[in-house]
Design a protein around this ligand. Sequence first.
Ligand SMILES: [Ca+2]
Ligand SMILES: [Ca+2]
Ligand SMILES: [Ca+2]
Length: 374
Amino acid sequence: MNSGIASVISLVVVLSSSLMLVGPATATELSLNLPSTEVNISVSNGTVSYFDILLSDVPSGYDIVNGTYVGWCVDRRRDMVRSPTIHNVTLYSSYDPPSLLMSERWDVLNYILNHKQGTGEDVQQAIWYFINLVGNYTASSPTALSIISDAIANGAGFVPKVGEVEAVICYTTETDAQISVIEVTIPLSDTEPPVSMLIIGEPNSTQDGNRFVSAQTPFWINVTDGGSGVAGTWLRINYTHSGLNIALTLLDWARYPDSHPPFYLARLTNLPGSADCNYTIEFYSRDLVGNTETVQIAFVTLVGPDIDDSGLIDFHDLSIVIASYNSFLGKPRWNVLGDLNFDQRVDLRDIVAVLRNFGRRPQHVFVTPEVFFG
Ligand SMILES: [Ca+2]
Ligand SMILES: [Ca+2]
Ligand SMILES: [Ca+2]
């Protein structure tokens, strides 16, 4: 066996081609994370709502923090002593209320909070129509009646989405306090990193698990993210020569443009399409809340007239084409590396492709992202 062929084959054997794919992101988690221990509230008359409710003593690490929240009354049995009196309350999601309040129309109340009309007084009247803990309540304001009829028509089964508000129940048994609710915006919960996929365009071919491309083969990276969205994608491209134990970083963790342009490995050589090189493409993406994908790796071989990757296009390269001359895909003498124009047969055109570059010295070049993606 010709030494040129032997070195090519040894290269092919040690390379493997793989595209690691990660499963789709899981559904966004919507439930609020609330402390189970009691917290303190002090209540003032609201400006845009019935109450302004100041929370304090809230432990850290929850979707609720110390501060003032928009509050509403759901309890007409008694009055609430205002600030600076402190009341102890236990917080409940209105979708997981204490058993005493289980039968109340929390779905409708949440619909109203997300579809307000009129003033705070109008909204409060509409809320009392559905939840007041003491019996029937008749709203007097025309706008409240409009909210009520809208809520009756559309509120059943309502569940707020990310960015909408959910009523959190401030539950208390104190005799100088009312059961109230505060509005809490449902935060975006995104714990899944983006999923990036390397797309290899035409022409390309696969032999023995290895992926071969030409100077004309475009690459793209497609990215999806369930949740916050993609902040960016980065990639690194190394040239590797296993036989000579060479690994050069030709493009070093460059930011892949948001326009997702095609890129071509031939831009990493001084004679585009003339070298026959093995490349490692590493890539990953990050989302807007910082979840970072595990680096994915793809191995590809750029097919060109310097078939044995010796740095010189010479008789050794020609002999590889001649050894598979007049063969085509599926035949015993077929060698994908001899098919320099990717027409799935080795013929005179491939010999001409070597001769046209005979004596030239393809070299790998370091590029800026602007040049590479330009
Ligand atoms: Ca994400
Ligand atoms: Ca060569
Ligand atoms: Ca050919």
